[in-house]
Write a protein that binds this ligand. Sequence first.
Ligand code: SF4
Length: 375
Amino acid sequence: MAGIYIHIPFCKKKCTYCDFYTVVAPDFIPSLVNSIEKELRFRKDYLKNEAINTIYFGGGTPSILSPEQFQQIFSTIFELFHVNDDAEITFEANPDDLTPEYLSSVRALPFNRISIGIQSFDDEDLKRINRRHTGNEAIAAVRNAQLAGFDNLSIDLIYGLPFQTLEAWEKQLDIALSLDVQHISSYGLTYEEGTALWKQREKGKVTNVDDEIMNAMYLLLLERVQQKDFEAYEVSNFALAGRRSRHNTSYWKQEPYLGIGPSAHSYDLVSRQWNVSSIKNYIKAIETGTSFYEREELTLFDRYNDFVMVSLRTSDGLDKEIMKAEFGLELYEYCLQNVQSFIENGKVSDSDGKLRLTPDGIMISNIILIELMKV
Ligand code: SF4
């Protein structure tokens, strides 16, 4: 099984916390869609005829594309690849793009899942982080998508926003859990160097929420989603039964994927490659047939580190026998030796042949992962 990821790097404006490669340049959209089509053709053999189990349009803001532009990309994908009948096909959307008219047009396309970037329902939070939408527009977007017939919806939420209290976060969770969505992704706010938010903190205009409150927010998130029958299948991802994101899961299971578009990454089990992070250079390279990516072969340690990092964060856990078979006795013993103290102090559980982070372990997951990784 394999996946296709299409990166649509356009946004109508930049959120203050975001460090993804995105630009505000709507004039480039038609040329970029043409270049994406060409890249798909150049790289049609990358996945070696594996059947496609997931297609994911991420960004940036894929919902900036018209239904016709999506169709142009779908026609190429379906012409070149074998897409399974039950493939999960997702696009990320900004709430204010999800009007009834837009949704009824995209409903006719192969999409069967939408991931809506809500982040908060609080208008003051949203203004502070420069989001395009209001809380009411976010709720309307979910309702519009449901009325249009989408029954597999994911929403993104951020906790630990500047000035956010535990009570305010609880209110966000109440609203989110009243919307009948099938999947929630929720991350603690991070201050990435170079972002507008980082600069605001440098100037003293915002401060980090205390670690203790951040931890309490995460535990509250866990408690509230589990009360509503969501499974915490990964540290930051929660799904109703049968609604795990297959796109995320295939990354964590280290299945191959083809990433198309500026700054998109690809993985073919032995190497990673990443496209140039510039729309202009990407389009020019595709047009002139010159190189548009860098590539690195993965070492045994790289593959072991990826395996530890992703599997320990999932509820399926790190399978010790798979680790031994894939990476050999030496790395297996290295991992078991270094994890022992975390098992003894209740940060990692060891049962059914699997290692898993406990809720206390999640709070210090970076420390645990550094101990287990091999450099
Ligand atoms: S909409 Fe998403 S990708 Fe665009 S700037 Fe905001 S967070 Fe970044």
